[in-house]
Design a protein around this ligand. Sequence first.
Ligand SMILES: Cc1cc2nc3c(=O)[nH]c(=O)nc-3n(C[C@H](O)[C@H](O)[C@H](O)COP(=O)(O)O)c2cc1C
Length: 306
Amino acid sequence: MLSTSASVTIDPARCSGCGACIRVCPSDILSLENGTARAAPDTHTARCLQCGHCMAACPEGAVTILDLDPDLQDFSTFTMDPVWLPPGKGLSTQGLARLICSRRSCRHYSQAPVERERMADLIKLAVFAPSGTNSQAWTFTCLTSRSEVLALGLSIKAFFERLNKRAENFLLRKSLALVGNKTLDHYFTNYYPSVKTAMEQMEKENRDRLFHGAPALILIGSSPGATCPKEDALLAAGNILLTAHTMGLGTCLIGYAVAAMDEDRSIQKELGIPESETIHAAVALGYPDETYQRITGRKNPTIRFC
Ligand SMILES: Cc1cc2nc3c(=O)[nH]c(=O)nc-3n(C[C@H](O)[C@H](O)[C@H](O)COP(=O)(O)O)c2cc1C
């Protein structure tokens, strides 16, 4: 009989009882019974994460996991060798290091549209990022035309105009600070001057200081249930940034858009994003209209070996 927890199915006809799945299960829900692996039903204390470790480890292909979509490995803009890559094998660290060091935030884009298939493939790779308790509760909202990106930019600009007006009010800033709310005062000192300049440039010079003229945008959000929604979104974004570079695309994270959408939830409503979702990352995307001559350094980080 097939052994089935809420999510794991083990075919006893294939299972050799080697225990590989049991060793890698992070939730300890697998055990050997009469020489065959069995999955315990989900309980309050032991619940399958649907991480897929057991399925990945089984030499016999005896394990399947509900809800894992194998089509996510079918990419339309490139082919991938679907064979698992063991640590230290196959790919060179040199190649990956060069990619990591060559990616730069792009702030000049050509107006060539980004193909939907490319965006879909980026998202398929984004969701291979780790997520807290494997909740994978991320959402991806794609703006695929410059006009959509511009319209969102206008809503965000309107938000910052309102915020700047409030920040210019000395009495409001100081009275809020007096009752312990220093956010507006902090904004005024640290962000207000550059936001004001950027908005003037947007108006007078018709320069897109928010999305840098990007013809596409991916908003990464979370639906309810995620345990670490911000971290998940930024890890997914990391996959997108690096993969986009290999595809010839430029990217830039736009924190200002995230801050505005967090404060003014009506902005996401305009895009049809449900109220229950929260946006944690905005990735401007497009074919770059800028080139670089070299890889530069970074500031020295604090490193401790204890
Ligand atoms: C969370 C986050 C938010 C960011 N927000 C913006 C932004 O609103 N506008 C922008 O032009 N760049 C933004 N950036 C890009 C950073 O300025 C950039 O990563 C940094 O200058 C290092 O440059 P590099 O990405 O080219 O290595 C953001 C980066 C991060 C990680």
